[in-house]
Design a protein around this ligand. Structure first.
Ligand SMILES: Nc1ncnc2c1ncn2[C@@H]1O[C@H](COP(=O)(O)OP(=O)(O)O)[C@@H](O)[C@H]1O
Ligand SMILES: [Mg+2]
Length: 295
């Protein structure tokens, strides 16, 4: 089984400011582990750095500094060429992530062939049908094109495609936020079932605290690139300590489902928010951002 260990991840972008340029830190010393059978939720509002982390983990982007170590069964590091076979991403937009010119079968067959999972077209097609079945789609979908599918069906195809290489680690970047509310839980439940069947390590990126609590073991709350609170999901949701987590909880659309949150006054003054400290529910203590800088 494959695990991912992320240590002190930093990503800086160069941005234009008037006539000059300046460096902007989108991700600042973020550390976490993804383990088989477990889901870590990365929670934060738009712009907090969630997708940047996912893009770095899927090697679409280079980190400015920090370490990403992917280890296999034996604890040895996974070879660079096997990285994509092990770590796959499900993107937010199911309409943009599939190529309109190719059939559904093509989308799933390609990773099977690229990663040598099947030999010959008959075996590949049989595996495509099997993968479709695993995500709740029958064989009739194989010959269809993306525009003939609903958003939820497309996202199921994207999940099948991610698992096709035999991926053990799935990075799901807001996988249901663009889908109709009525089918979001179906897709999340499907991911949960596939995770149990394949003992997958999952990074679940969302701005929705309710599903983060329900579908993950651990929650990291990200604010302006830094983790400001982390811990077991129930602890973070039921006993949020950082003002930013409390703010997210109090602005959640359905507080009943999130749990009993927000002890004390609700935080409305964003200028008071401070991302230099992180409450760690595993140790029960506040940690200073500076304390995690590696030597
Ligand atoms: N390629 C880029 N160049 C410059 N800034 C970027 C780039 N990608 C992301 N950013 C900035 O980094 C911050 C984090 O973005 P992102 O990781 O997409 O956040 P999230 O997924 O949490 O909404 C945002 O302020 C965004 O504008
Ligand atoms: Mg994003």
């Amino acid at each position: 089984m494959t695990s991912v260990h992320v240590t002190d991840l930093v990503k800086e972008f160069t941005v234009r400011k008037g006539i000059g340029r300046s460096r902007f830190r989108a991700v600042d010393r973020v550390s976490f582990d993804l383990e088989p059978g477990r889901t870590v939720a990365l929670v934060g509002e738009s712009g907090s750095g969630k997708s940047t982390i996912a893009r770095i983990l899927s090697k679409l982007e280079h980190p400015t500094s920090g370490r990403i170590e992917v280890t296999g069964d034996d604890g040895a590091e996974v070879a660079r060429r096997d990285y994509r076979k092990n770590v796959q991403m499900v993107f937010q937009d199911p309409f943009a992530s599939l190529n309109p010119f190719h059939s559904i079968a093509h989308h799933i067959a390609r990773p099977l062939k690229v990663h040598g999972r099947t030999r010959g077209s008959a075996e590949t097609y049989a595996k495509v049908v099997e993968m479709l079945g695993r995500v709740g789609l029958d064989e009739s979908f194989a010959a269809r094109r993306p525009h003939e599918l609903s958003g939820g069906q497309r996202q199921r195809v994207a999940i099948a495609r991610a698992l096709a290489p035999g991926a053990q680690v799935v990075l799901a970047d807001e996988p249901v936020s663009m889908l109709d509310v009525s089918i979001r839980l179906d897709v999340l439940n499907l991911m949960g079932r596939l995770q149990r069947e394949d003992d997958l390590a999952v990074l679940y990126i969302t701005h929705d605290l309710a599903t983060a609590r329900h579908f993950s073991d651990e929650i990291l709350v990200l604010y302006k690139g830094r983790v400001v609170e982390r811990g077991p999901s129930d602890a973070v949701i039921l006993d949020p300590r950082h003002d930013y987590t409390r703010l997210l909880a109090s602005s959640a659309p359905d507080p009943e489902r999130v749990g009993k949150v927000v002890s004390g006054e609700a935080v409305t003054d964003r200028s008071r928010l401070d991302n230099s400290r992180c409450f760690n529910h595993f140790t029960g203590a506040w940690e200073e951002a500076e304390a995690r800088v590696s030597a």
